[in-house]
Ligand binder design. Sequence first.
Ligand code: ATP
Ligand code: MG
Length: 203
Amino acid sequence: MAGKLIIIEGGEGSGKSGVVGQLPARFIKLHEPGDSPVGLKIRRLITETRQFEPHPMTELAMFFADRIELWMTKVYPALERGEDVILDRSYPSTFAHQYYTLMGKRDVDLFMSLVHWFGLVDPALLILLDVPAEIGLQRRRRAGSLNKIDRRKIEYHDSVSRGYRYFVRHLHFPAKIIDARRPKDQVFAAVKRLIIDTTKEPF
Ligand SMILES: Nc1ncnc2c1ncn2[C@@H]1O[C@H](COP(=O)(O)OP(=O)(O)OP(=O)(O)O)[C@@H](O)[C@H]1O
Ligand SMILES: [Mg+2]
């Protein structure tokens, strides 16, 4: 595939969508969950629907269903056209939330074998915006309403935060952690540098 895939990750309010919004329009920008018609229905079921409390593994499978739909219908066609794709969240979130936190699992290689079994390729780069959960949630509260996952306990979000860092430490593809407590312009400058290092195309 000619195009490069870059995943931007981090907890709630870590600044993912803000950073992606600032990137040039030449990138194909997609987000998980909910960036396909099928995925949007799945996202609404999980994040908005009352009395919908699936088993953790069901929740994990639903996020994979959303992801497979997006990758097959949008991510791969763009990469095959030679375009670079920026993904606002992807399977590292499913690792940190469902696998690490809800299911209490730690086996990154086994998790990645599921990812690969579904035909999802490794990105050229994973960027983790790392911020303490409490700070990210405060930002989200200020910015607007919280969804069902945002409203989970602080212990949940602290564990998700550890889950992301654990994932990055045990990976076999390039990944970088950025301190996202810093002001937005500094975070963006750091992300920009990493993306240019990977694509070799300045912007
Ligand atoms: N470095 C920063 N310093 C202060 N505020 C920030 C910073 N980065 C983002 N914010 C603010 O935090 C809020 C959430 O940012 P943003 O939507 O980009 O995060 P996100 O990671 O996409 O969140 P979510 O996980 O909910 O999608 C916004 O109001 C944004 O302006
Ligand atoms: Mg966002």
